[in-house]
Structures are given as C-alpha cells and as structure tokens.
Ligand binder design. Sequence first.
Ligand SMILES: [Zn+2]
Length: 936
Amino acid sequence: MMRRLPLLVLLISGTCVVLGQRPHKPEWSEREFVGQLEDLRQPRADDEIDQSYRLPTDTVPTHYTIRLHTNLHTGARAFTGAVDIHLDVIVPTGHITVHNRDLTIVSAALFAKQDDGLLVEFGFPEYGYDSRTEQLTFHAGQQLPLGSYVLTIEYTGLLQTSSNSGFFLKSYVNDEDERRYVGTTQFESTNARMAFPCYDEPLLKATHTLWITHSADYSAVSNMPAEAVEEAAGHEGFVTTKFGPTPKMSTYLLAFGVSDFAVIEDGQQQLYARPNAIHEAQFGLEAGVKILDALSEYTYVSYYDYMPKLSQMAIPDRGGGAMENWGLVKYAETGLLFNPSRNTYRTRKGIAVVIAHELAHQWFGDLVGPHWWSYIWLNEGFANLYGYIGADLAYPEERYWDLYAVENVHNAFGPDSSDTIRPMTQDATTPSGISGLFDSIAYDKSGSVINMFRTVLGDDNFRAGLKIYLTNRQLDGAVADDLYAGLQAAIDGKEVLPEGVTVKLLMDSWTTQPGYPVLNVRRNYDDGSVIVSQERFYSDKRVPNDNIWYIPYSFASASDPSFDDLSSFHWLAQKAERIAETGAAADDWLIFNKQQTGYYRVNYDAHNWLLIAQALQKDPSAIHRFNRAQLINDAFNLARADRHDMALALDLLTYLANETEYAPWAAANGVLTYFYDKLRGTAHYHDFIVYVDALVGKVFDGLGEFVAVPEDEPLLQKYLKQLITTWACRVGYTECLRQTSEALNTAVETNTPVHPDVQYVVYCYGLKGASDDVYRWLFNQMITSKNEAERQLLIDTLGCAQDREQLISLLSVAIGGNSELDSILSGERSRIVSSIYSAGRVGVEALFQALSNPEYAQEFVNRLGQGALNSVVSNAASRTNNEAELEQLENFLAALGDAVSADTVDAAMRTISTKEAWFKSYEGVRSTTYFADFSN
Ligand SMILES: [Zn+2]
C-alpha cells in the first residue's frame, strides 16, 4: 500500500464496481470492435480451416420469436428467455443444430407445422452441447421429414459486465446521483448466441419478433418500432414491450436496449441518450438525417422502403466503437454525442464519419450481407469508403474527403506491406478467427481498393452498378462475384474497360492475392518513353515475386498538370511494358497515380524524383495536394524498403516550409514521428531538431496567435494548426510554449477552459513547469466532466505533465481502489497509464519510480491486470534511447523481479537491441549523416 498524501483529492463518493480494460484507441480511428488479441496466428489456407465450426445445412431458420425477461434496472445480471425457432427441414435429418454460448437450457420442445398452420407436438428432444464449436444439437429421436417445424427453447443467462459483447450491462450516474443501468447488445460477429440460441451465421437470415419484459420505469428499443407496451401479467411494476417483426436479416444485426434514456426525434429518426447528456445529441441527430438522405439518393435505394424508422443510441462507458444494427445503430458516447463548448473538431469529424460509416452499412451489410465472413470486405470496405463520402455529401464545406487517403490508404499500406498479411477475401470459422478478420485489410485496404474501382469505372457507372447489386441481392447474402456482376452490368457496352477485360478479372487480382504493388517508372530522357513495371511491395526488403495486379494508371506532367482529370486510365496487366510517348519534355517532372486514387506506391528514377523535388520547392501548388501527400509517404517508405536513397526523401520533405495544406503535413507527420522516436535522447537529436525547425518554422510563424480560434476557421486549418503547434512545442519553440503556458494560466485564473479545438496543445504543453494548483485545476476539469470525449482528451493532456510527482498522483487515481474513484469509467484507468508513458520521458520515469515499489506494483496488477504491467514494460523499452535510459530500465526490471515474466523481459531486451542495431544499419547511418550534414 502506497501511503502518500494525495495531490489529487477526489470528492465524489459511491460504490466500487469491477471494471474491464480496453486498449487506448485514438479518437479518430474507431472500429466497430477491436480484433481479439489472442488471435495473432497467420492466416491459413482455406483448406486448412476447420469447417466443423459451420452449422449443418439440412435445416434453415425462417423466423424467431424471442421473449426476454430482465431485472437489469436493479443491476441484476440474470435474465430468462424463451425462443421459438421456426425452421424448415430441407434435407431429411434427425438432428437440429443451433449455436449457444453460456446460456443454460431449461427445456425444449419440437412441433411440426401443418399446412393449415397448426402445430403438432413432436415431443421433447434430447440435446447435447459441443463447447468447442458452441453447437447445441437437438435429437428428434426419428428422421424428420421435409417440412416446417418450430423448436421452442426456454433458457436463462447472465448479462455480461466485463466485455462489450452479447447482451451486456452498462450504467451511469444521473443528476440525482443515482446509478442507472443500461442493458444493450453487440452481436457481430458471433455473439447473438449469447442472448438466444440461434443459427448464428450471416447467410441464415430470418425474420425476428422480440418481446422484452422489463421495469415499467425503463423503456425498451429495438430494430423495429414497438407495437405495444403492456403490463406484464403476474409481474407488478413490469411491462412487456412488443416489437413488430423485422425484415429477413442476419442474427448478428438484431439489437435491443433497455434503459431510462431520453429521446429526441426528427421525422422517422430518433436519438436515445442518457437524460443528462441528451442536450449533446443534436448534432448526431442532424447528421443522421442528412447522411441517411444523402446515401439513399446516392444508392438510388431508399432506406425507408425496407425499414420504418432509424434510431441511434449512445451507450455510456463503452469507450469507443459503434455497431450498424439495422434500424438501431449503437455508438459509444464519444462517437455520437457532441457538445460544441466541450468537444473538439476531431470529435465532431469522428462523429460525422462514424455515423456515415454505420449508415452506409444499412445498405452494405444490413440490406445485403456477406454470404460468409470471408467477404466481410463487402461490408467494411464500403462502410470505410462511404463513411467519408457520406460525411462529405452531408457537409461539403468541411472537406472531409481530404482526410481519406492519409487516414485510410496510407494506413492500409503499413500492415499490407508485410509478407504474412492476408488477402481481402479470407475464410475463418472460429469465433476468434472471425473476429480477427475485422482488421485494416477489411477496413482501410478494402475501402481504398473499392475507391480505386469507383474512380476507374466512373462514379455514375459505379452507382448504377451498386444499385443493380443491392437490388439483386436484397434481403440475402452476397459474394464478391455478385458485386462484380452488378458493376459489369452497369458498364456493358460503354467501352469503359479495354476489350475482353471484365470487372471480375481486374478486381480479383486485388481481392484474392495479399499485398499490393509498387509501380516503377523509368524514364528515357532522350526519346520521351517510359518503362513501367510492377513488383509486390514489402516494407523492409525486396523479394523476387510473380505477383501481377491489373494496375490502372494515369499521369500528369509539368507541361500537362492534369491532376483533376480522372476520366481515363491505362492498365498495366503484365510485369512491365513500355510507354512510347508521355508528352513530357526531358526537364518536365512526371507524376503517376493522380490524386492517389490507385492503391499502390510509385517509384521513379532518381532524376525524376529530383525534378519533382525541385518543382515542390519552387511552387508546391503545381502538384495536387493529394499527390504531395503521396510523394512524401512513398518517398519515405520506398527509402525504408531500400528502393531509393533516404537522403532523397528527406530532401524532398524540406519543401514543407512552404506547405499549408493538411494532407501533405499529415503524411510528413508520420515521417517525423518515426525519426523522433528513434533520435530523442540521443546525440543525433539536436541535428534532427534543426531539420524539424527548417520544415515547421515558417508555417508556425504564419499561425500567429494560434490559441485564438476564429469562428469561421476551416476544419482542415484546425487539423494543420494542431499538427504544427504540437511539433513546435515538442521541439521547444519559446513562442509556442509561451502561448500555451499563458493560455493555461489564464484559464485557471478565470476558471474558464480554453476553446476545445486548442485544448490538447494548450493543456499538454502549458503544463510544462505548471504548479500543483494548475495541475489540480486541470484534473478537476476532467473528473467533474460528464462528457466522455472531453474526459478522454483531458486524461491525455494530464499525462503531459513534466513533474514526476504530479504524474505519480495521476497514476494513483488510475489504480486507486477507494470508493471515491467510482467516477472513473472502465477504460479510463488504462488510458491514464498510457497517457503517462506516451507523453514524454518524465512519464516513463514516473512509472519506474512508482512501480519499483513492490506493493504498489501489486496494487497496479490487481487493479489493471498483468497485461497492463507488461504493457508498461514494453512501452518503456520502445522509449529507451540511450545508456542512461537503459540503466533506468534495467533497474526497473530488477525491482519488478517476478512481477513480470521472463518472456516480457526478453521481449523488452529484443526491442532495445533492435533499436541499437538501427544506428548501425544503412538506414540509420544514412539518416543520421543526413541530419548532421543538414544542421551544419
Ligand atoms: Zn463497419
């Protein structure tokens, strides 16, 4: 037990609850859910995948009637349920197999349905359960003839409290200081079976009728509107909410919620949130209405032709994530609630994009679902892309589309450069294997590849093709060929593609093989010809390979800078070919992949790179901003893969002194962060800072009084400002630190928070040298806030403190077990820890100091789990950059002793040797030499 007078005293009391942990995710990259960590296996060939996890195909469901009874308003986890599964026997069988996870079966009965609809009892079937496959098999005792049956099952279950899956329980504290409970669901991908026994596979679609019996003080919502709310016979104080039947849909899309939430409405849309946050719901409702209308128009398929309403619901204490249940979309509060006086432009953008993502799923996923999880890219790829397009259609003035490539295409390139990465279409059958398919390939790569074909086919043709696809496969499942057929039908006879080439041929080359290509462009400056060739791109090596992608390409040149013309493409359909004439003069630069709509990298001969770098120095605007971002990202990653000289990439970046668009800066941020992580604390750091200064200085000066936020400041300017000022303050610009420190002190003196859009920079860097009083003020801003996104941002800034004692006090809050810590939400504790080691060296040292005390370390593990302590060790190792820091780490590991495993220590030491080895690698020597030459 650590005995110290706490710096941060909490005055809020209540009871302690058991809390789960969630990885710290940045606010702008939410996923429906995080892939399970245990699933780190390599993807396997389809024939090695265990098909015994799949249900037998001799019976199929047609309808479910589900009746649930819950006391969750008391915080009770136990619930009871009964389900009538209407099914057809399509191949005579004696067995009916459905899924179940953790539900206790009380009784079961089987009925045959006669032609007149009458049910004839077939008796009470025996059943057995296979916990490996989660299959519950009923044995009828005889062969069941073809026909319709009803299997009735009564069961009991428990609401989940330590995971956000299945039917789970959340809570919040209302304005009367009472704890109120929220029962909610997350069934994708294999969790419907945690709420009712069912055929839990996406293609086995059925209609669903749901009745929920719950406290009369609470209300229930589901995919469909409630048809009746009736007193529950025999249960005083309870009512039964009866929902109308859903359209035919997958089990994973069923959703419901039981709460005392408030609602706001606009037409056929509703938004549900806890009553003391409903005032933050206006933007989410407005965006929902605008985006659903925009997507209905875009797809030519009206949402309301299939569903009578759309509800959105904000789940408290869910951390992050959202789920596209048909007619009832659920979000973490951070993804739906926006308070203009408390939340930032990033929160607002995140909400707009996540709403558009989930609403795009109403077509791509809900109306037409994947035949099997192998085609999850048909859901997530479209939702990834139309998240940005939908938000852009609804709010064109925000220019959300500018963020697409830097947040998705570049993001996909990272993992997709690995030689063990999976292709877009990939089978899996186990629950953890299926969950693992929700990765950057399903989202970022698939969205990027779909966008490439949208551009190549033309948006009008693409929309027409989508309409055919959606209409042909409505209320059913789809495979990739169904998409190709729709797109093909839309372009037949239009000469969009070269003769004899089909959409299937082209798209299969991108969806069925892993990785992506680099297009090599070698110019002949004498005759104006070019040789283009392709190779699979790996992040850190060159390996001969036979892969061929059908690569659409187009190019712009100094004399014909046609970046805005995306109407025509050539195709590279073999390893290499010669382009006889480009029209570019010998001293013209040439740039391929206009606006980076193609999902591939481009490398040039050194002279063309030089021409490009010169053009950027002279006038950045001569080259499209998306291509400027591409050039930065490609130049750096091609150098890392040893495909050209790192000095060339670093030289190219120096044009940024005159760059004022966000997209290229976002690309550059990745490069600077890479070197910062390696060079901070080393003898090379000063040289690097000189380089950063040369890039950032002029742009920073141009920002003037950046803590002021003009009313009409454009969104992308806000992004740029945060990025530039973060670098300026990080490398110690006096003016940056002066403005942040003054703004923070003024905020404390007047007890008025600074504008949310500059809060991160002002608070994070203003804390440098801040007094305990100032730190306490900031902490109180966090702990008294009832807005989850604001709390997350403030936690991140609290970790920026430069005073070890302040940070140790913050850490004590994260691991404190006292009743007054009830106001810390699950997920916030681990976020506090990661904010401490992420923000700077002082945080790492504060963790070393506190956790070197064995009792304190034990408390830390008791509260946050062993994984959190392992994570401190690995993060400290990756932030160890010199001898003194290494010694601190070694002392820390010695103090921890058996508190961490030998494996964890070994992994940390491997990280250290890799970091040391980098300085002796070609890339390390080349980069540090470059920075040294630059600073001299
Ligand atoms: Zn999604």
